[in-house]
Write a new protein. Structure first.
Length: 468
């Protein structure tokens, strides 16, 4: 009872505390308040009303908790029922699986028994039909790659059924296998002409007249074809053989008479023709040399053009010098004539003075004759050195590839090796003609100088004889 009273006192104290601010507000002086309309007074709660409100709230909370507990219990019962249902389904499925396993085992035993009975009844025919299936598989692989299939498409479909079937081949299937095999043998010995679609680079197909030489080659418009087994269609080789081989194909395609005509066949049934596509052209080989190869070729072309020009110039000069030897009157248009004019310009015709004048004139002509020959000689020396430089660069590229990717794939090292080899080849191919050209041009220049020296020595000898 004391606890209740203490609680009542505490509650009263709380109410009193709450009431004090309102009383204090009402106790403000009248002169401090602004004139306003009279406000209605708020109703004050009594202790009984507060107690009733607390009891009502507690009753509502208790009812809500009981309702929530009932819902939880109901959900738990539903989940338990669902779990029991799932367990029952799992048990039923396990029982069905066990039953099906037994049925499957019984069926497998029955199949094994029937297979054994079939093998016993087939006897020697089993080996015969196995050989037929094997022959059908081999013939199918041959037809899929044969150019004859372009003339007779679709033959391998039924053969695939024979090769893949688990049942005994029928009489019609065995006859078809035999007839197709005989047809393939006969067509391998024929040169046939037929019309078929040829795939174009843009993906379209164009009908063309095809000439086929057995299973070896097929060509149209003088261009060789290959058979694409995936598309069951002919297509032109990406890179054609040499012109002589293409001319032979045109002769075979246009031949209408009796007898025979020479042609070119691929005994590997397309393998050699396929290698032509992978063989790099001259331009591609030069591109493998890289910048060093281009530099070497550029210097070589420059030196070769200059050497040819110098060779013709020296040949023309040598002809003019030989013509001057036969003339009495000197001319300024050739070195010998200018040397003779230098002799005539000498006032004192003593041997020493003439010798000096002629030597001086010859020395003035030698640079004109030999001018530019050093360029050919220097470039012929530099070209192999550039090739050696390219070899070193190619080896560096190769070792870098080995460091990064290892030696598992040779194609990774092919780039560096190509640079090394092609720069060496380009350097040698550039240097060898230049060495020969330098030998010819320097020989022509030496011949002209020798004529000048011989003629000068003769003039000096004549002058010395006249003084005596």
């Amino acid at each position: 009872m004391k606890l209740v009273k203490l609680a009542g006192l505490s509650l009263c104290a709380g109410v009193a505390v709450l009431a004090f601010p309102a009383a204090a507000q009402n106790a403000k002086p009248a002169e401090a308040q602004q004139p306003a309309a009279a406000q209605p007074a708020k109703p004050q709660l009594t202790l009984d009303q507060v107690l009733q409100a607390v009891r009502k709230e507690r009753s509502e909370a208790s009812a809500e908790n009981k309702a929530r507990e009932q819902r939880f219990l109901q959900n738990r019962n539903e989940q338990q029922a669902q779990l029991n249902q799932v367990k029952a389904q799992v048990a039923a499925a396990a029982a069905e699986s066990t039953r099906l396993e037994g049925v499957m085992k019984a069926n497998q035993d029955q199949i094994d028994k029937l297979d054994q009975e079939l093998a016993e009844k087939q006897g020697q025919f089993q080996e015969l039909f196995g050989a037929a299936r094997s022959a059908a598989a081999d013939l199918t692989a041959q037809l899929q790659k044969s150019v004859i299939s372009a003339e007779y498409p679709g033959r391998e479909k039924e053969l695939q059924q024979i090769a893949q079937t688990d049942t005994l081949p029928t009489e019609s299937q065995l006859r078809y296998l035999w007839e197709t095999m005989i047809q393939q043998i006969v067509e391998q010995g024929k040169v046939a002409t037929f019309t078929a679609n040829v795939a174009q680079p843009d993906g379209t197909s164009v009908s063309k007249q095809i000439t086929r030489i057995g299973p070896f080659d097929a060509f149209a418009d003088g261009k060789y074809l290959v058979y694409n087994s995936q598309q069951n269609q002919l297509q032109f080789l990406a890179r054609q053989p040499t012109s002589s081989v293409r001319d032979a194909a045109r002769r075979v395609a246009s031949y209408k008479g009796d007898g025979f005509v020479r042609g070119v066949i691929d005994p590997s049934l397309g393998t050699l023709l396929g290698l032509i596509v992978e063989e790099p052209s001259l331009k591609e080989r030069i591109n493998q040399g890289g910048s060093i190869g281009y530099l070497t070729i550029g210097l070589g072309v420059l030196a070769f053009v200059w050497g040819i020009f110098k060779w013709f110039s020296l040949s023309s000069t040598a002809s003019a010098v030989r013509a001057q030897v036969r003339k009495q009157k000197p001319s300024k248009n050739n070195p010998l004539g200018r040397v003779m004019l230098a002799y005539e310009a000498v006032d004192k015709k003593d041997p020493e003075t003439v010798q000096l004048a002629l030597d001086d004139a010859i020395l003035r002509e030698i640079p004109k004759i030999e001018g530019g020959l050093n360029l050919i000689r220097i470039i012929s020396t530099i070209a192999p050195l550039l090739g050696l430089l390219g070899t070193v660069v190619g080896m560096v590229i190769t070792f870098q590839s080995i460091t990064l990717f290892g030696t598992g794939d040779p194609k990774i090292m092919a780039n560096g090796i190509s640079v090394a080899l092609m720069t060496t080849v380009i350097g040698l191919v550039t240097a060898i003609p230049l060495v020969l050209l330098y030998a010819f041009t320097s020989g022509a220049a030496n011949n002209i100088i020798q004529i000048l020296e011989e003629q000068a020595a003769g003039v000096v000898a004549e002058t010395a004889g006249a003084r005596r």
